[in-house]
Design a binder for this molecule. Structure first.
Ligand code: RB5
Length: 144
């Protein structure tokens, strides 16, 4: 798969480790930065990842900021993006089965690499269940 990644200064270390992991698993990675501890603004990194997905250059996205909250809010401003801040294996699974999430988000200051790696593997290997969830997910894009 092709996975688009982005992070701010609070998440770039975890993002870089996840990028290496994804490559080692045979995925293609689009790295939208940041790549240093210099302070940056998380919306600037949610934007290219959202565009990569909406314009079909990537299958899924991974976003990381310090808490995971700001970069989730930013990504979810884009119609068609369903970014899920994942804090457990169950959340990783449910975000795909019920919400058809297309971006997984982590809090780089609160999530270990081992947990993030496990949850990312679950996220990428779990299908959307459709059915009653299809109707609900469709309504997301009609909200105004
Ligand atoms: C940056 O210090 C921090 O505010 C940011 O990474 C994120 O946690 C915001 O939600």
């Amino acid at each position: 798969m092709i996975i688009s990644l982005g992070a701010d200064h609070g998440g770039f270390e975890l993002k870089n480790r996840l990028s290496e992991f994804l490559r080692s698993e045979g995925h293609e990675v689009i790295d939208n930065g940041t790549n240093s501890p210099d302070s940056v603004d998380y919306p600037d990194f949610a934007k290219p990842v959202a565009h990569d997905i909406l314009e079909k250059r990537a299958d899924f996205g991974v976003l990381v900021c310090g808490s995971g909250i700001g970069i989730s809010i930013a990504a979810n401003r884009y119609r068609g993006i369903r970014a899920a801040l994942v804090t457990s294996a169950d959340y990783a699974r449910l975000s795909r089965q019920h919400n058809n999430a297309n971006i997984i988000t982590f809090g780089g200051r609160f999530t270990s690499f081992d947990d993030a790696k496990e949850w990312l593997k679950i996220f990428l290997s779990t299908d959307f269940e459709g059915g009653r969830h299809e109707r609900r997910v469709s309504k997301l894009d009609e909200l105004n």
